[in-house]
Design a protein. Structure first.
Length: 291
């Protein structure tokens, strides 16, 4: 009898999580799919089935094309910036050094700041008249930018804000680097391999699974959790340059009472996210990064 108690206890332990996933993820997802083919506004009680009417509207929506282009551009720019910052700082601060604990704390600190508070702070940082970023550019003779008033610099401003809350990736890479066997580096040094060679031939190949995992996570985060910085900093403007899909969904659902249409765009966002991740994994497999 004792053989069968462990699996049962394991299932009993996982049961609350399974119920929570079913109630908080699976059921809302199914309801979202159902609402996407109705005329539900979020205000009426009995939505009517409309077939593919929302799909036809989706195909003709030029603002959706702007939103999709802005989201993909944002991913292509923000994910590499966040990864390079997290990996670079983690490798730089992995070795024991005086004050290293304080430097690691400083890197992680922006992650615990609420997104709204960080966005409001960057409204001041990116202010074209008295913001510190333009003042620093002025010290080197540059006139500065009208950051949030120009489409290109507005996108760069959102990416710049998201380059600071990288604490989770930083901690993961830091822990993974410290688990690597130091004898590998000693042997490489005896063979005449310098720091850059050790980074290219030892550190990055051994950290490749962790880096791929972080890249997939950051794709999801950057595509689906970029609402607060874009909404607070620019509200999707100027010229729809930062009208990312989560912002467009919010506008459709809460400003135009298009609950059903917003549900369909949410499905599109999920499909786009899965497609980008599948492309990333296919590229990783083709390059044999995980060999």
């Amino acid at each position: 009898m004792s053989r069968f108690r462990a699996p049962l206890s394991g299932w009993a332990f996982l049961a609350p999580y399974a119920v929570a996933v079913a109630l908080l993820i699976v059921l809302p997802a199914l309801l979202n799919v159902g609402y996407a083919f109705t005329d539900h506004t979020g205000l009426t009680r009995d939505p009517q089935f409309t077939g593919l009417a929302n799909v036809r509207r989706l195909a003709e929506d030029r603002f959706l094309l702007d939103s999709l282009e802005a989201s993909l551009f944002h991913v292509a720019l923000a994910v590499p910036v966040r990864l390079v910052a997290a990996v670079g700082l983690a490798l730089l601060l992995a070795a024991p050094r005086p004050g290293g604990r304080w430097f690691r704390t400083a890197v992680y600190l922006p992650t615990v700041i609420p997104d709204v508070a960080l966005a409001v702070l960057f409204l001041w940082v990116l202010n074209p008249l008295y913001g510190p970023l333009n003042q620093l550019l002025g010290l080197v003779g540059h006139p500065g930018f009208t950051w949030l008033a120009d489409p290109t610099t507005a996108r760069l401003g959102v990416v710049l804000m998201l380059a600071f809350p990288i604490g989770e990736g930083f901690v993961v890479v830091l822990a993974a680097r410290r688990l690597l066997d130091g004898r590998l580096y000693e042997a490489a040094a005896l063979e005449g391999c310098g720091p850059f060679g050790q980074l290219r031939r030892i550190t990055l190949p051994l950290l490749a699974p962790v880096l791929v995992l972080l890249a997939v996570r950051d794709v999801i985060l950057t595509l689906q959790v970029n609402f607060v910085p874009a909404y607070v900093l620019t509200d999707g403007r100027p010229a729809n340059a930062t009208l990312y899909l989560p912002v467009y969904i919010f506008d459709q659902v809460f400003e135009f009472s298009g609950f059903a249409y917003g549900s369909l765009i949410t499905i599109l966002l999920t499909v786009v996210t899965a497609g980008v991740i599948a492309g990333l994994l296919a590229m990783v497999r083709r390059w044999r990064v995980l060999r």
